[in-house]
Design a protein around this ligand. Sequence first.
Ligand code: FCB
Length: 484
Amino acid sequence: MSVTFPPGFLWGTATAAYQIEGATRENGRTPSIWDTFSHTPGKTENGDTGDTAVEHFHRRAEDVRMMADLGVNAYRFSVSWPRVQPTGRGPAVQRGLDFYRGLVDDLLAHGIEPVLTLYHWDLPQELESAGGWPERETANRFAEYARIVGEALGDRVTRWTTLNEPWCSAFLGYASGVHAPGRTDPVAALRSAHHLNLGHGLAAQALRSVLPARGKVSVSLNPAAVRPLTRSPEDMDARRRIDALANRVFSGPMLKGAYPEDLFTDTARLTDWSFVQDGDLAAIRQPLDSLGINYYQPTVVSAAGHKDRGHEGSGQEGGAQEAGESHGGHGASVHSPWPGAESVVFHQAPGELTEMGWSVDPTGLYDLLLRYTREAPGVPLMVTENGAAYVDKPAADGTVHDPDRIRYLHGHISAVRRAITDGADVRGYFLWSLLDNFEWAYGYGKRFGAVHVDYETQRRTPKSSARWYSKLAATGVLPEVPIG
Ligand code: FCB
């Protein structure tokens, strides 16, 4: 029986500014925390940086034509904050805004719906030097930046996303330190989580004040599909702790206007949370037009005592993962991204592994879609990232075959369909990623693209998964997985 999606479903691909643009010193752009971090020896594989990336800044038109050839009807991209508002304060740089206006116009001319993310991790370095996300002022700066971009592009962009994966910004950036800015201070991470929440709420309000009525506001989270290793009370408690720190720390304030009580208890020896001020929770809980879910793999946890079968909380190597994805890349981190839950042990989920060492298990995506259907009643969902890295080598004739990726996508997109059948209101799916790019601490070694990039020549070659995905986008019917 064929697997068919509702008409109007968005079939997109996703990228992020620092991972693809390059041109980091052009037109007045100032460094972001990722420029600083990637230029710090030892922070990324091979010392890779986003200086050149895949030259999207200069190949924008070609890249949009490529998307049009693939027949996708949506594109999720992010705006580089330091490109449009260098240093994170003051007036916008018109040439920076012009780049995104041009991109959006190219997309619209090809019938591709732009889905704009304001923050995909590239905080202007100057704001980090002034304290970064642990400081409340960064949330205010973010709201101002949101208003600037909203005013400039609100006439042509309908779909707006405030933050991408605030969990990674807060806990990988400030606790485990494997992401920019590379700090290892658990309290700073908890403060960051709150100020990212606040930044989301203030930015959502700023957007609403400048967007036309048709404007839609969203946020993309990377909730962990957390599973206990056993049903023992200890493992169930480990599950609860990670669920609080990975999921409810964001969904609580954003969807319900409250932090979960157990999060306060679990972190009480670190902080009394007095940085949460009166009125913050009301500011954070803003109506959402959709909720973005990013998913790669499930997370399996247990209480301490299972060390033979897993790895303790720092979660950067082998079987150890955090929030469904490690992102650690270069070397093991000795610092846990889980303040107050450092003793929880992470296990490799069953299933085949991708090149990241992440397990292939679409049931995690299904579970999350049903969970957020319950937790955010009436709010449509979008899968704003899903995909896999594999070793994709061009064959002698130049073609790139990636049957593993097709299988991964087929499995996960089938899970989305099952979730819809079972009551989830899912409106779109965005394949991570349009093209191979700078995979953060892993550098260019991990290829997530549906389109292959030869980093010597910048030549783009659609892989077989891109052809497969285009059939899906054209028909709304899930194509079979090719044999072999
Ligand atoms: C997500 C990020 C995205 C990419 C994928 C693989 O966590 O949002 O930029 O790195 O993982």
